[in-house]
Ligand binder design. Structure first.
Ligand code: HEC
Ligand code: HEC
Ligand code: HEC
Ligand code: HEC
Ligand code: HEC
Ligand code: HEC
Length: 499
């Protein structure tokens, strides 16, 4: 097949070399990835993102070269026509057209398959999690430990429809740019508009009309004493009514009842302080505005500027990236048997070691075992002598648990992304159920301890109490608190209990 003469120029020839090399590399890497299933996701970036881009660049170079050449030729001889004349009655022309047609079909099929693969690939969690390894490490690590480890990142972070598709791909380009220029905030702000999932996305899998009734939650914690005293509490969470047929009419999931709209205005992006709330009953038209006079100066009681509508994420803000605080991940490790509660003072020793803030993971790896060993070898010599091996093994386990929840390089730990589900380490539900949010007519948002859950069991093995599912125990704090502490919110102490 004879190529048009305009193609013989340096720009087009360079284009040809680029196209040829990209195709060979694509083929080569593709065969390689088929042979090695466990290949790095960087290779996928080459096959599906970088090489196709260079292929397109090559084609552009070829066309540009031809265009410039044709323009130049025309200048010398303006009357000459450069476009080829095709005559379908001529055999050579038929052959050329058949060849061009075949190449076009192959190219179209290949680019269709390629873009489909690229679509699947940019949708995968490996793309988001492993590629941007350092940046996304905190979110990816916690994601792999969550109930949603099999839901892809895009399964939550991209909504439905073409608009979301374009937005998510644009935000990928934006993120890639800020990563290459190393210009992104550490930690990444939680409520960044593009990262907050759409309520509809959750509802694809969690069908709202089929919401749950009550749920028993069993919590085990360990006190920082010599015996690591185990403290149990079982709560019956009033997620919905006793009888599912009543739907979303009452209980915790009442907030997402389609007949109810709750709007609020936080003081800043983190939504930790909410001085203003408006409840509208869409069926009856009843409207109530609650404000917290302590947080909101009386003069500003009018409608604020920025009003948000409450959705799943106002409670479930950590469905996939839950960073546990030191007391929580040590409690988990103790009840999972990763650490032995039989080792006296292990909770206390861990709390001592972990109250330190670290600049790098390497410094944590060095400091934590040293601190644990010093705790015993200096303060508890007898235990150190008899249990040295167990202490050293425990210290290594504590570092491992630390690394699942703390990412000093990204300045990420539990305190920068508090969970709003509950009220222990952040104000969570108490941001609104504070007992201080009140309407002008004096109506409070309820906040009594039985509103959201009843306590079915509580206590240590030495002093354990329980009741039946219809009843509730009165909450007993595991250790006696000083007078005056009763007026404090749980999170006032618990957000930094051992520091
Ligand atoms: C179950 C749904 C879900 C999945 C799956 C999910 N995320 Fe998230 N992600 C969220 C929610 C909810 C937020 C917090 C939004 C807020 O607080 O406003 C969030 C926040 C983030 C943030 C902002 C920083 C932070 O921790 O708040 C990043 C970055 C992020 N996700 C990355 C990822 C990556 C990477 C994956 C896949 C490995 C992923 N997400 C999978 C729901 C999800
Ligand atoms: C693609 C489907 C899918 C999507 C989308 C999804 N989830 Fe889930 N979610 C699941 C599955 C499956 C489970 C059950 C996992 C299990 O039982 O271990 C689950 C469990 C849960 C649980 C209970 C377990 C836990 O971790 O506390 C909550 C709460 C939850 N999802 C909230 C959400 C929220 C909020 C969103 C939206 C940001 C969301 N989910 C989006 C599939 C999904
Ligand atoms: C007012 C706060 C609040 C809102 C709003 C909310 N939830 Fe929940 N949800 C909870 C609490 C509290 C639990 C129980 C937590 C636990 O299991 O530890 C829960 C539990 C769940 C569970 C697990 C149920 C089970 O039996 O394990 C799913 C799934 C869930 N929510 C999905 C959603 C979705 C989807 C939305 C939005 C359409 C939503 N929730 C809105 C507070 C809320
Ligand atoms: C943005 C503010 C806000 C947040 C956050 C919030 N609530 Fe509410 N909640 C309200 C308002 C407003 C009412 C209705 C008060 C009324 O009817 O006067 C309410 C009512 C309730 C009710 C009573 C529902 C019924 O049966 O009538 C329960 C239970 C409840 N909330 C639980 C929770 C739990 C659990 C959380 C945290 C996981 C939470 N809420 C977080 C604003 C909030
Ligand atoms: C507005 C709803 C609401 C109110 C009011 C409320 N709680 Fe809770 N509480 C929750 C939710 C939701 C959780 C569970 C969070 C989770 O899923 O881990 C919780 C968890 C707890 C836990 C278990 C904590 C843990 O992690 O070990 C205790 C104990 C508790 N509440 C005690 C109380 C006491 C005492 C009061 C009264 C001062 C109270 N609660 C008022 C919603 C509420
Ligand atoms: C004045 C500070 C203070 C307040 C307020 C407070 N606590 Fe505690 N809490 C403590 C201390 C101190 C411990 C004991 C820690 C230890 O010995 O390891 C503790 C331990 C606990 C434990 C068992 C261990 C653990 O870490 O989970 C639970 C459960 C608990 N508190 C629940 C609550 C609840 C629920 C509230 C709010 C109703 C609350 N606390 C309010 C100081 C406080």
């Amino acid at each position: 097949m004879r190529l048009p003469s305009s193609i013989y120029n340096w720009l087009s020839i360079t284009g040809f070399i680029v196209v040829f090399n990209s195709l060979i590399l694509m083929l080569f890497i593709h065969v390689f990835t088929l042979l090695y299933n466990n290949h790095s996701s960087y290779l996928d970036v080459y096959i599906y993102v970088i090489l196709p881009l260079s292929l397109v660049l090559g084609v552009i170079l070829i066309l540009c070269g031809m265009y410039i050449r044709i323009k130049k030729d025309r200048k010398g001889n303006p009357k000459e026509r450069n476009l080829p004349v095709i005559d379908f009655n001529e055999k050579p022309d038929q052959i050329i057209m058949a060849k061009i047609g075949t190449i076009t079909v192959i190219f179209l099929i290949a680019s269709f398959l390629g873009s489909y693969k690229a679509y699947l690939y940019t949708n995968s969690s490996e793309f988001c999690g492993e590629l941007c390894h350092n940046t996304m490490k905190p979110e990816y690590t916690t994601y792999l430990n969550s109930s949603h480890a099999k839901v892809s990142c895009m399964g939550c972070h991209a909504g439905e429809g073409a608009g979301w598709f374009v937005q998510s791909r644009l935000s990928i380009v934006g993120m890639a740019y800020s990563m290459f220029t190393n210009n992104f905030p550490r930690p990444i702000p939680a409520s960044a508009e593009t990262l907050r999932p759409d309520r509809k996305t959750c509802e694809n899998c969690h069908w709202p009309q089929k919401f749950y009734t009550r749920k028993l939650l069993n919590q085990v914690s360990y006190l920082a004493d010599s015996a690591n005293t185990e403290w149990n509490i079982s709560l019956l969470l009033k997620l919905g009514p006793k009888n599912t047929a009543r739907g979303l009419k009452e209980g915790i999931h009442w907030h997402i009842n389609p007949d109810v709209r709750i709007e609020y205005s936080p003081t800043n992006e983190s939504r930790e302080i909410i001085p203003w709330i408006r409840y509208t009953n869409l069926k009856t038209g009843v409207v109530k505005i609650f404000t917290n006079p302590e947080q909101l100066p009386a003069a500003k009681n009018e409608d604020p500027d920025k009003i948000l509508t409450m959705d799943c994420m106002d409670c479930h803000n950590r469905p996939s990236h839950l960073f546990l605080s030191a007391p929580d991940f040590i409690d988990h490790a103790l009840s999972a048997g990763i650490l032995s509660p039989q080792l006296p003072y292990i909770k206390k020793a861990a709390m001592e070691a972990l109250k330190q803030a670290f600049e790098t993971t390497a410094s944590a790896r060095e400091y934590i075992p040293k601190s644990i060993c010093n705790f015993y070898s200096i303060g508890h010599k007898e235990i150190w002598k008899s249990r040295k091996d167990l202490i050293e093994a425990s210290a290594r386990k504590i570092v491992q648990e630390y690394e699942k929840n703390n990412f000093p390089e990204m300045k990420v730990d539990a305190s920068c992304y508090p969970s709003h589900l509950g009220h222990m380490e952040s104000n969570g539900c108490f941001r609104c159920h504070s007992g201080k949010h009140i309407t002008k007519s004096g109506e409070l948002i309820p906040s009594n301890c039985n509103l959201c859950h009843s306590i079915i069991e509580q206590g240590s093995s030495a002093n354990f109490n329980f009741t039946n599912l219809k009843d509730t125990l009165e909450f007993v704090h595991p250790v006696p608190l000083k007078k005056g502490a009763a007026n404090k919110a749980c999170s006032d102490c618990h957000k930094a209990l051992y520091n």
